[in-house]
Write a protein that binds this ligand. Structure first.
Ligand code: FAD
Length: 260
């Protein structure tokens, strides 16, 4: 793939759920980018429609990790797996939770991705956008949410000693009920004091399938692509779950997956 300008990209290959067509993708190689385009990264939390908005992606220039001024300094396009490898090698604490979390550090900051109480924002010190370096406490971070609107180019995190191999095992254990088939991660956010997966199961949709799209029979809050899954079937299933949960429990399920 060319590193700058417009490139052709097949979204079904690029996205973890394996759905999408061929589009022209703008590759960002400097601090300038077209404001009319929507940013994607690992596309592990995105469902692409057949007509997505114009898209852009950071180039490899933004994939780096180093120690700067006693902070862990990471380029936004750095895959989470690379962060974990670096931390293991240099005996750095607090990033073990990224070990089974696909995607990039930029996506993880924007989504405040995490597992249980381990969230990306916990050790975030600052991040850089087109407005310069911004202290993390100037942004709002909630469960699977941040209010950051601009492209994050890079970020700095607290540097602390002590990579914990036991946590890697712990997080691996927390993943055993996740499906192996292509998905975009958790479909809905957990409503307060509830679990989206449990609600989907209670309305009878665990394992429910339309053509090649289904609510996983391992974990109902994962929409899985069983082969030739389509956007339309995914949307039909999403609407069905929302409708049934609203009707039966008066709870409005909110999508965690971003639909473009
Ligand atoms: C099998 C599986 C398991 C998963 N498990 C978990 C889990 O346990 N916990 C969890 O939280 N998530 C989980 N996810 C979801 C996903 O891994 C995370 O949300 C991830 O952080 C998304 O990163 P990404 O690089 O793929 O971003 P994308 O999916 O490409 O983008 C997600 C959003 O982030 C924005 N974004 C991406 N990069 C940047 C940037 N540099 N600057 C500004 N905005 C940016 C995009 O515009 C988009 O709005 C899982 C996904 C899969 C497929």
């Amino acid at each position: 793939m060319k590193s700058t300008g417009l490139v052709k990209a097949n979204l079904s290959r690029l996205s973890s759920i394996g759905i999408g067509g061929v589009v022209e993708l703008f590759i960002i190689d400097s601090d300038e980018y077209p404001s009319s385009r929507v940013l994607i990264a690992g596309a592990t939390n995105i469902l692409f429609s057949p007509t997505p908005p114009p898209l852009m992606k950071l180039s490899k220039k933004f994939s780096f990790i180093k120690i700067t001024d006693q902070t862990l300094h990471i380029g936004a396009a750095t895959p989470n797996g690379r962060v974990v490898s670096f931390c293991r090698k240099h005996n750095i604490a607090n990033f073990e939770f990224l070990s089974h979390l696909p995607g990039t550090i930029g996506g993880a900051i924007k989504m405040n991705a995490g597992l249980k109480e381990y969230e990306t924002s916990n050790y975030l010190l600052s991040f850089r956008t087109k407005h310069g370096w911004i202290d993390a406490d100037k942004a709002e971070f909630l469960y699977r949410y941040s209010d950051i609107k601009d492209v994050i180019f890079e970020a700095k995190f607290t540097l602390q000693n002590g990579f914990d191999e036991r946590k890697i095992e712990l997080f691996k254990g927390l993943r055993v009920n996740q499906p192996k088939e292509p998905s975009a991660g958790s479909l809905f956010k957990n409503p307060p004091q509830e679990y989206a997966g449990k609600l989907i199961e209670l309305v009878g949709l665990k394992g429910y399938r339309i053509a090649d799209m289904a609510f996983s029979d391992r974990h109902a809050n994962f929409l899985v692509n069983l082969g030739e899954g389509t956007y339309q079937d995914a949307i039909t299933l999403i609407e069905l779950a929302k409708k049934r949960v609203l009707q039966r429990y008066d709870i409005e399920l909110e999508l965690e997956v971003i639909v473009l």
